[in-house]
Design a protein around this ligand. Structure first.
Ligand code: AMP
Ligand code: ZN
Ligand code: FE
Ligand code: FE
Length: 298
């Protein structure tokens, strides 16, 4: 049976969400979802706890991740699905990204201080509570101290790209991001394509075509902040390039208070059959890898 709704894009307290893995799984279940993926930025730390919670409450769990790739003029995030969270190659790359954040974060604190704000990095790290500390945590501290009226306001005035406290982040190239997800046994999907910030669908399609050449498997056409026209246009682009379509809310709890898990801004509905296609692609990738390894011994 392939009915039911799902959410393939969510964040927990292990990155910049406000729900613990168990809370997130329970929220998705309460919303009636049949399956949920956790896609924390640059970490797989939520996965074991989430899988246990999902087993207990009878919802299907998909191990995921979201990786930030080098790109301008906008944002390029690559989602990985059905990854093996124990992959050593993945662990090694993620550790490097974590070390890079440890250099970047005190620099962001320094910029905010030189703008006259009393923001100490240790309090931001304490609030974040886990390994992946990022701009949303700085934004939350700015709100708590009365320097900004909301997380969005803190981004708009200080933390967004090119704002006064913005510091570049170490990223993998798009090719390396896709290859890493494949090496970890996963399926690579371009997240929220509207954030590429290109001026036309034609330009977006050119870039997506290049990513498909690099091995990209899918496109997140069904996204909470995409309107109906965007969902249709990106699904058409996906089909022209042999890409899967996926969907998710990008739930971050109180860090993005307008977005609800599973239903997004209220109109999100991601059908279970999209996940079936993702799982089929992951299985065929792993079969191919096994064949290649066996071929090497024949
Ligand atoms: P970081 O990895 O530290 O650069 O933080 C990236 C996270 O900040 C993203 O996942 C978003 O959740 C959030 N973010 C990035 N840009 C903005 C923006 N302009 N407004 C609100 N949130 C943003
Ligand atoms: Zn985030
Ligand atoms: Fe993202
Ligand atoms: Fe996300």
């Amino acid at each position: 049976m392939s009915t039911g709704t799902i959410d393939l894009h969510t964040h927990t307290t292990h990155s910049d969400g406000s729900a613990t893995p168990q809370e997130l799984i329970e929220l998705a279940r309460a919303k009636g979802a049949r399956a949920v993926a956790i896609t924390d930025h640059d970490t797989v730390a939520a996965i074991v706890e989430a899988r246990d919670a999902a087993d207990r409450c009878g919802i299907e769990f998909v191990a995921g991740i979201e990786i930030s790739a080098e790109y301008s003029p906008g944002t390029m995030h690559i989602l990985g699905y059905c990854i093996d969270e124990r992959s050593l190659v993945l662990a090694e790359k993620l550790n490097r990204l974590k070390i890079a954040r440890e250099t970047r974060n005190p620099q962001i604190a320094g910029r905010l201080q030189s703008l006259g704000f009393d923001v100490d990095y240790s309090e931001v790290a304490r609030l974040a509570g886990n390994e992946v500390v990022g701009r949303p945590h700085f934004a939350r501290v700015m709100v708590q101290k009365g320097y900004a009226s909301s997380i969005q306001d803190a981004f708009d005035r200080f933390l967004k790209k090119d704002a006064a406290a913005y510091v570049e982040k170490a990223r993998l190239t798009p090719a390396d991001s896709i290859a890493l997800i494949h090496q970890a046994g996963g399926v690579a999907v371009l997240a929220h394509p509207y954030q590429l910030n290109l001026s036309s669908y034609k330009e977006a399609e050119e870039l997506i075509g290049q990513l498909a050449q690099l091995g990209l498997d899918g496109l997140e056409a069904v996204y909470s902040r995409h309107d109906a026209a965007q969902r249709t246009r990106y699904a058409e682009i996906a089909s022209r390039h042999g890409l899967l379509v996926t969907g998710g809310s990008d739930y971050h709890g109180s860090y993005k208070p307008d977005i609800e898990i599973v239903t997004g801004l209220g109109d999100l509905e991601v059908p279970y059959e999209l996940l079936e296609a993702v799982k089929a692609r992951a299985a065929s990738r792993s079969r191919r890898q096994t064949d290649e390894v066996q071929g090497a011994f024949n």
